[in-house]
Write a protein that binds this ligand. Structure first.
Ligand code: NI
Length: 250
């Protein structure tokens, strides 16, 4: 049983059509400013405490987690396991309701993660498709909902998309910086024409939406303040691939 509050946001038929045509959507409000402030507090606490590090739930997406070096793109998987504030949020209720609008009633929650870009030196997130990270034998119709816990701007690393790239297959990826010890992935050179990229700055309380094959990127954090993002994933499970795909980069 879920104890999610009643959803308060509905997207329009035009927004749904835009998402399916272009492969992404940005909205100005998925939760309240008050809830963002409440979550921001919990978020800063768990990153400061480095929760989940011992069990592999917290790591640097772009580095090797060497002791003594601050991570440039720290991530915490399932922050709700470390801070109760992340459970039963209005954000999640609205995210679930919108995921159903986009993908249909069969939608299930597929997890969450928090990606933190420290002020001044937070790394860019290289171009990638989320599906490149996933189990190559499983198949999903998915949507990832990306909510910053402050406004997201070009300067602090808002999301960027290549419109219509959701229609591509999963492209070849490699470990960020070609470093086999790094967890993060980036798409191979030559697959992204950045002149087509669309940046999506959004206000506090807003969110962006993208599917598993959508090419996306977020710039480095060049601002004076941290850039926090809290991502929820939803999907409609599809029959698995009879022959698992070869995601040799994993
Ligand atoms: Ni991603």
């Amino acid at each position: 049983m879920s104890d999610l509050p009643e959803p308060t946001v509905v997207i329009t038929a035009e927004q749904i059509a835009f998402y399916h045509r272009e492969g992404y959507l940005a909205i100005d409000q998925i939760t309240t400013i008050e809830e963002v402030a409440y979550l921001q507090n919990a978020y800063d606490r768990i990153f400061e405490q480095r929760v989940g590090h011992d069990v592999g739930d917290a790591f640097d997406l772009v580095g090797q987690d060497k002791d003594g070096q601050p991570p440039k793109l720290p991530q915490i998987v399932e922050p709700r396991n470390y801070a109760p504030e992340f459970r039963n949020t209005l954000y999640e209720a609205n995210a679930m309701a919108i995921a159903k609008q986009l993908l249909g009633e069969g939608v299930i929650q597929r997890g969450s993660h928090a990606i933190f870009k420290p002020a001044h030196y937070g790394s860019h997130t290289p171009w990638h498709q989320d599906e490149a990270y996933w189990n190559p034998s499983k198949n999903y119709h998915s949507v990832s909902i990306w909510m910053p816990l402050q406004e997201a701007t070009l300067e602090n690393g808002c999301m960027q998309f290549i419109p219509k790239s959701h229609e591509l297959d999963v492209l070849p990826h490699h470990k960020i910086g070609h470093d086999p010890k790094v967890i993060g992935l980036e798409v191979d050179e030559g697959h992204v024409d950045v002149s087509n990229a669309v940046a999506c700055p959004i206000p506090t309380g807003g969110a962006t939406f993208h599917g598993g094959r959508m090419l996306h990127y977020a710039g480095a954090n060049k601002s004076e303040l941290p850039r926090r993002a809290y991502i929820l994933m939803f999907a409609v499970p599809l029959p698995p691939f009879e022959v698992p795909r070869n995601f040799y980069w994993q």
